[in-house]
Write a protein that binds this ligand. Structure first.
Ligand SMILES: [Fe+2]
Ligand SMILES: [Fe+2]
Length: 204
């Protein structure tokens, strides 16, 4: 039973389609992580990928629990979005020769995956809630929390560890807010067109 565009007629159909998409995605991510672990030469990054592989196995298990609660067989639906993100990651890995650059590239590729997952779990939580299936929400929330934590760790690595330039500058504990970073210089005031010299006041 495939969900094609016209098979999605209700929010429940959309929810089921999203769930099957994500189930497919998590399984694909699980298969992709070992290659990323192998390519990562940065210890922290490698350990992070290993941890997330274990987490991903747990996430697949939670999604199975969701299917069980919904009284349906666990089933994946091929998701072109994650296929593309993972393919891009594989292509990138095959094209990078330098180890440091590889680590930087892996962080970026992994973050693309995490951001995909974060958006999908967010949608599923909203739809499940609207459909009154609050019983499955905790599983989605648990997975979402792991994706967000992973994304944050990747950001920290990109800023402090993996990026060789960031390491060299070795700025200790930057303020967390990135809002101030690269604050544009005070915008120059727009140059006012020279106004023609005021005519002498006509009125005395
Ligand atoms: Fe995941
Ligand atoms: Fe993830």
């Amino acid at each position: 039973m495939g969900f094609f565009t016209k098979d999605i007629k209700s929010l429940n159909d959309l929810f089921m389609h999203g769930l099957q998409d994500l189930y497919y995605a998590e399984n694909q991510i699980m298969k992709s992580l070992p290659a990323m672990i192998e390519k990562a030469t940065n210890e922290q990054l490698r350990a992070g990928f290993e941890k997330h592989l274990a987490e991903t196995e747990g996430q697949v298990h939670r999604l199975r629990q969701v299917f069980e609660l919904l009284e349906t067989e666990p089933k994946g639906d091929k998701c072109p979005a994650i296929e593309g993100i993972l393919k891009e990651g594989r292509d990138l890995m095959s094209e990078i020769g330098d180890e440091d650059v590889m680590n930087v590239g892996l962080v970026a590729a992994a973050q693309a995956v995490e951001h995909y997952e974060i958006t999908r779990y967010g949608a599923l939580i909203a739809w499940a809630t609207e459909l009154g299936r609050t019983d499955v929400v905790p599983m989605f929330k648990a997975n979402l929390a792991e994706e967000k934590a992973t994304d944050q760790k990747l950001t920290q690595m990109a800023e402090r560890r993996v990026n060789p330039k960031a390491e060299k500058t070795d700025k200790p504990s930057k303020p967390k807010s990135t809002a101030r970073r690269k604050a544009p210089k005070a915008a120059a005031r727009p140059v006012k067109a020279k106004r023609p010299a005021k005519k002498a006041r006509r009125r005395a």
